[in-house]
Design a protein around this ligand. Structure first.
Ligand code: GFB
Length: 315
């Protein structure tokens, strides 16, 4: 990508999209374009076609999606599969029609089978049943991958797909029902500290293991891949280290400075036991992540303190 190219960041206000926007600005890409979901409903094909006719972007980062944690995925499978299929189908097809030079599609590590060897390699895709709690989301993301690969084969489109591990960082979703585990732990421990609650209730057994990558590292990897990778095969992007939810809870509790107890609500799902991905292919290309988990959580907690979760605005 040239600094003067027009770059569309779909989903620019989300966790990933806002990190991509920060990264592009920091690197001097001066012609990024975006629309809020109120300005442009990406589920509506005619609206997406009109946007592409108007803006004619040269590059597209497809970070727009309906995302959520284990409970949101379990509760709203219809919304997750519909919204994500419509968003990606419209943006990928319009990118083809309008001759976008390159599109990067953001998938997720939940596309892999629930029980596959760890660390998970890209070739394990579709070799076994998916994790039930987020199957709809996973199927929609797999469809996005296959669409990018089909468009490469039939039309010669340079559309690539990356599979990040669990992400966290500034601008995350802190809604306690819909969020992922790490932002939920930050908010729960922070509010318990303020209220002097004797304990915090967390979900499941605490035994599943998760890998985490700070979203600024992901944005760095996406820019690297957009400028250095032109193949159809998917690419994992992870930190290479995982820990149990229990260990994560103790780490977040220490960083937030809460001294109460933790109890586990085992009526809530654990989800997949482990999903540590192998990022060897990306590392062999020359990329490495830079933000360690303790440092990343501390930075994220500082950002959280500036953000008034109650009404979703900066304090
Ligand atoms: O991050 P999370 O919601 O989703 O849950 P997944 C991770 C683990 O943390 C589960 C436990 O075992 C949860 O039971 N957990 C404990 C909690 N306390 C909490 C809590 O207060 N909130 C939440 N949310 N979890 C996601 C998919 O799966 O992985 C997404 O649902 C996406 O679609 C993402 O693919 C990468 O890590 O299980």
């Amino acid at each position: 990508m040239e600094k003067s190219d027009k770059i569309y960041v779909a989903g620019h206000r989300g966790l990933v999209g806002s990190a991509l926007t920060r990264k592009l600005r920091a690197e001097g890409y001066s012609r990024a374009v975006f629309r809020t979901s109120a300005e442009l409903d990406l589920r509506r094909q005619e609206k997406v076609e009109r946007f592409f006719q108007e803006e004619k972007p040269d590059y597209v980062f497809l970070a727009a999606a309906r995302v959520g944690g284990i409970l949101a995925n379990s509760a709203f499978p219809g919304q997750f599969i519909y919204d994500n299929l419509m968003i990606q189908a419209n943006v990928i097809e319009c990118s083809r029609i309008h001759g976008v030079k390159k599109l990067l599609f953001l998938g997720s590590s939940c596309i892999y089978p629930r029980a596959c060897p760890q660390p998970i390699k890209e070739e394990y895709l579709l070799t076994g049943p998916l994790e039930p709690t987020n199957e709809s989301y996973a199927v929609s993301k797999i469809a996005g991958i296959k669409m990018c690969q089909a468009y490469r084969r039939e039309y010669g489109c340079n559309f690539i797909a990356v599979m990040p591990t669990n992400l966290y960082g500034p601008n995350d979703n802190y809604d306690l029902e819909a969020s992922h585990v790490l932002p939920a732990l930050i908010r729960k421990f922070h509010e318990a500290k303020i209220r002097k609650d004797p304990f915090v209730v967390l979900w499941g057994t605490g035994t599943p293991r998760r890998e985490f990558l700070h979203v600024d590292d992901l944005a760095d990897a996406c820019l690297y891949v957009m400028n250095h990778y032109d193949e159809g095969e998917i690419l994992n992007i992870g930190s290479g280290e995982d820990l149990s939810v229990r260990e994560l809870a103790l780490l977040v509790r220490k960083i937030v400075g809460y001294s109460g107890e933790i109890s586990w609500d085992e009526t809530k799902p654990d989800g997949t036991p482990r999903k540590l991905i192998s990022s060897d292919r990306l590392v062999q290309m020359g990329w490495t992540c830079r933000i360690g988990l303790q440092e990343g959580i501390s930075k994220t907690y500082s950002d959280f303190l500036k953000f008034d979760v109650g009404n979703g605005s900066i304090r």
